[in-house]
Design a protein around this ligand. Structure first.
Ligand code: GAR
Length: 216
């Protein structure tokens, strides 16, 4: 049976687009059949409409609490029984209950070399610290913000003259490469997460996740 992927997003949806491209090429190991946004104007919703994918808008501004929002979000997801929930620029902190409910089938991409720079403004913080490299990390989501086990990480150099915008663009390009690969690994059963230890093909992954060098 075809495996089902739900995507949660808040913005333009370029990572969602890269996942869609991989799916069309038969490289994702499943079908994206639901896209949910917490923001009415999210560009990712238009991409989904154009691709004929079902969408749902769950505007967090209509909810009095984070718990109430997450309950509705979980309800919509549960009604579709996704094999994987992919956070693709979903700019909400999820409650412990939500994370627990989708544990082991909830992936996020974060624009830094985790464990460096959890949270926001990752590129500016890397520049301010004089780092020589930046990057992106795909990780399973746990109750700790941007702290779940990394699956795949890509590094890019920080060039002289970079600002947060130029660096973000360089990082985004590798995000588009690594996210479909990590999703494929999950969908094809190559990843196992037991008692907090993440293995790919039965080999424990390093604390950074697999380091991306070449297309795999
Ligand atoms: C991406 O850079 C993603 O890594 C980041 O938001 C951007 C979404 O872009 N996610 C986070 O910062 C999550 N904390 P997109 O909408 O074009 O995919």
């Amino acid at each position: 049976m075809t495996q089902r992927i739900a995507v949660l997003l808040s913005g333009r949806g370029s990572n969602f687009q890269s996942l869609l491209n991989a799916s069309a090429a038969g490289l994702l190991g499943g079908n994206i059949d639901l896209v949910i946004s917490n923001r009415p104007g999210a560009g990712g919703l238009n991409i989904a409409h154009d691709a004929g994918i079902e969408t749902a808008l769950i505007d967090h501004q209509n909810y009095p609490t984070r718990e109430a929002f997450d309950r509705d979000l979980a309800g919509v997801l549960d009604s579709r029984s996704p094999d994987l929930v992919v956070l693709a620029g979903f700019m909400r902190i999820l409650t412990a209950d939500f994370v627990e409910r989708f544990a082991g089938r909830l992936l996020n991409i974060h624009p830094s070399l985790l464990p460096l720079y959890a949270g926001l403004n990752t590129h500016q913080r890397a520049l301010d610290n004089g780092d020589t490299h930046a990057g992106a990390t795909v990780h399973y989501v746990t109750g700790e913000l941007d702290g779940g086990p990394p699956v795949l990480q890509a590094r890019v150099p920080i060039e002289p003259g970079d600002d947060a915008r130029t660096l973000a663009a360089r990082v985004l390009a590798v995000e588009h490469q690594i996210y479909p690969v990590a999703v494929n690994w999950h969908m094809t059963g190559r990843l196992t997460l037991i008692d907090g230890t993440l293995r790919k093909d039965d080999v424990a992954l390093p604390a950074t996740g697999h380091l991306w060098e070449e297309p795999l």
